[in-house]
Each structure stands twice: as structure tokens, then as C-alpha cells.
Design a protein around this ligand. Structure first.
Ligand code: 5AD
Length: 356
């Protein structure tokens, strides 16, 4: 294989065997990360975008085998935030320079369209220059449409794995990859900036599954791509499985940056949970978004998707000044605006044309 990864980066046409080689060894890491960082700097300069994550409910009708807030976990104390709680989080976030709020939660049936549309309308009315991202799982197409019309801008729905057999092993019967993918296409057709992504090192995952993830994302061309290591949760069927690896997660962030120059790619909480310097390492590998936790302190410990999830310190909104200092010390700058993807996905290839 051509070891000059920078050369490869320019063509955006990494073939399967090249991708497998990049994923499977640390031999190319230095070049891979440098190439990804160069691409990210060309598109986004030094800017890093902040998203304030509000975990609106840990009640979920789903029973995904990996997830700590799965329906079958009787040991979780369940909560849901009300309007006042959520609006108070938004006020705190705005004062801390967040210009995107992410409303994330389990698939809680109390979140009717009516309830959510009123909430979205109120947030938009109060904070004209803020974007709203939803991360509320699968909903009917008419619901996505109504929420979009109410003012939601973006929707995050990870596909989790693009291999149908693997999807079946991570999810209970009745959940289907085809269905998940259909939702992603629906969201895109409505006009959302769509985010998808997958876990790295989830149980039964093989390198070919990761290839399928990358190829699916190339078809979908999402504006946002979130990945993080699988982290086992003690009260799930996957409690005995090992966590995903830091090095593979970082390599995949870098590969995503090369394949999707314009994508908004977070250095996720899961990454920071498995490595103290995870956030900075993620940024250095090509990520350009961080999502501090804006949820009320009282409920943060209850939104435990996986064990040891960090939710205080600089990962939390209160620690944003420390976060800012760390990000600046690492050579980046926090941008105070919505941080939309700058160009249509159709133009993703252009970054490489410029460099030729
Ligand atoms: N480890 C890592 N990530 C997880 N998620 C859910 N459970 C876990 C876990 N045990 C991720 C899923 C989901 C996102 C909100 O959190 O990818 O889409």
C-alpha cells in the first residue's frame, strides 16, 4: 500500500484494503492523524464547535443490549425533565456561549409531537441564533416533519452498525437495520442536517462491519458523524464484553475526516471516558465538535448509557471555562455560533481538488 497517507487523502477514494490496513495497525498513525488534522484545518481552521447536551429523559421503550437505560434495566432510577427544567438548561447554556442545544433522550412516549413542538418553538423564540438538535430515537415520519416545521434543525440517529447480522446481535428482536436506515433517509429528505454514526468495538464487531459503516455513511453523506468506543454497562446483557479500543476509535475519527472533510465530528463523551486525554486526542485526530453536558446536576448520574460515564469537570457545562483553556492550549478556538456544516455534502470532494 502507498504509505503516503496524505496522498491518499487527496483522492478520497480509499479502497477497502487500504481502509482495513489503516484500521489494523499503528504503522500509519502519525501520517494518518497529520493528514486528518490538515484536512480539518483547511475546512474549519482552528474552530471547535460547542453543543450543549440536555438529557431530557432516561425512560426508553427500547431494549438495546448495549445500553444502560434499556427498558429491561430495572436498577435505573427513571426521570424526565419538564419544560421549566429544559428551558433553564437552555438559559444556562446560552450564557456559557452555547449556540446549539441537543435534546437527547430515550424513546420516551410522553414526548408527543405536541409537547416537543411547543418546547422547540419556545427555545427558538427565546434564542434566535441557536440551533436545535434532536436525538430522540426513531419516530414516525410525520413526527420528524412536525418537529422540523416547529424549528428543529438537526437530528442525530446513529445507525450503530451497517451490517444487518451485526445489528441483529446488538438489538432485540423487532429492531431492524433496514428500518433504522429508512429513518435516516426520511430525516434527510425532510431537510434536517442529519447525524449518524456507530460504536467502535461493540460486541461481535469485525473489521468488515466497520467497512460497511464507512460505505453506508458515504452513501448517506450525513452532516454529522458521531462515533465512540463501546463501553460495557454492568446491568446489561453485554456486561462481560470488553470496551472498544482508544487507538481504533482515533484511527476511525481520522479516516472519517479524510472521507468526509466537511462533516461535523464530535470528540465524544465515551472517548473521554476511556481516556483522560480523549477529547484532545479526538480533536488532534480530526474531530471538531465537543458536547459538554448541560443537564441538571441532579439527573446526570441517572443518564448512564455505560459505566463510569464522565459528567462533571470540564466535560460539564459548568466547566466550560476550563474546557476553553484546554482547547486553546491544544491549538484550537471555540467558535461562538451555531456551527452548521459549511457546505452541502455534495461538495465534500472539493477540499481535495483545492489541494491538487
Ligand atoms: N457504550 C458506548 N456507547 C453507547 N451508546 C449507547 N450505549 C452505549 C455503550 N454501552 C451510544 C449509542 C447511542 C448513543 C446515544 O450512545 O451509539 O446511539
Amino acid at each position: 500500500m502507498d504509505t503516503r497517507v496524505e496522498e491518499l487523502a487527496r483522492c478520497q477514494n480509499l479502497d477497502d484494503s487500504a481502509l482495513l490496513k489503516l484500521m489494523g495497525t499503528d504503522q500509519y498513525d502519525a501520517q494518518l492523524f497529520a493528514a486528518a488534522d490538515a484536512v480539518r484545518r483547511r475546512v474549519y481552521g482552528r474552530d471547535v464547535y460547542l453543543r450543549g447536551l440536555i438529557e431530557v429523559s432516561n425512560i426508553c421503550r427500547n431494549n438495546c443490549h448495549y445500553c444502560g437505560i434499556r427498558r429491561g434495566n430495572r436498577l435505573v432510577k427513571r426521570y424526565r425533565l419538564n419544560y421549566e427544567d429544559i428551558l433553564a438548561c437552555c438559559t444556562t447554556g446560552y450564557a456559557l456561549n452555547f449556540r446549539t442545544v441537543v435534546l437527547q433522550g430515550g424513546e420516551d412516549l410522553i414526548h408527543t409531537d405536541e409537547w416537543l413542538c411547543a418546547l422547540i418553538g419556545e427555545i427558538k423564540k427565546r434564542y434566535l441564533d441557536c440551533a436545535i438538535t434532536l436525538s430522540l430515537g426513531e419516530r414516525p415520519a410525520a413526527s420528524y416533519q412536525a418537529l422540523f416545521e416547529a424549528g428543529a434543525d438537526r437530528y442525530l440517529l446513529r445507525h450503530e452498525t451497517a451490517d444487518a447480522g451485526h445489528y441483529g446481535r446488538l438489538h432485540p428482536e423487532g429492531m431492524r437495520l433496514e428500518e433504522r436506515m429508512r429513518h435516516l433517509w426520511e430525516l434527510k429528505a425532510i431537510g434536517y442536517q442529519v447525524g449518524s454514526g456507530f460504536m467502535v468495538g461493540s460486541p461481535y464487531q469485525r473489521p468488515e462491519h466497520l467497512l460497511a459503516d464507512l460505505r453506508f455513511l458515504q452513501e448517506l453523506q450525513p452532516a454529522m458523524i458521531g462515533i465512540g468506543p463501546f463501553i460495557s454497562h454492568r446491568d446489561t446483557p453485554f456486561k462481560h464484553f470488553a470496551n472498544g479500543a482508544l487507538d481504533l476509535t482515533l484511527r476511525l475519527i481520522a479516516i472519517l475526516r479524510l472521507l468526509f472533510p466537511y462533516a461535523l465530528i464530535p470528540a465524544t463523551t465515551a472517548l473521554s471516558t476511556i481516556a483522560p486525554q480523549g477529547r484532545e486526542m479526538g480533536l488532534a485526530a480530526g474531530a471538531n465538535v465537543v458536547m459538554p453536558n448541560l443537564s441538571p446536576l441532579a439527573v446526570r448520574k441517572l443518564y448512564t448509557l455505560y459505566d463510569n460515564k464522565i459528567c462533571t469537570g470540564e466535560e460539564a457545562a459548568e466547566g466550560v471555562r476550563l474546557l476553553q483553556r484546554q482547547i486553546e492550549a491544544a491549538g484550537y478556538r471555540i467558535a461562538v455560533h451555531r456551527g452548521d456544516a459549511p457546505l452541502l455534502p455534495e461538495r465534500q470532494g472539493e477540499i481535495y481538488k483545492i489541494t491538487k
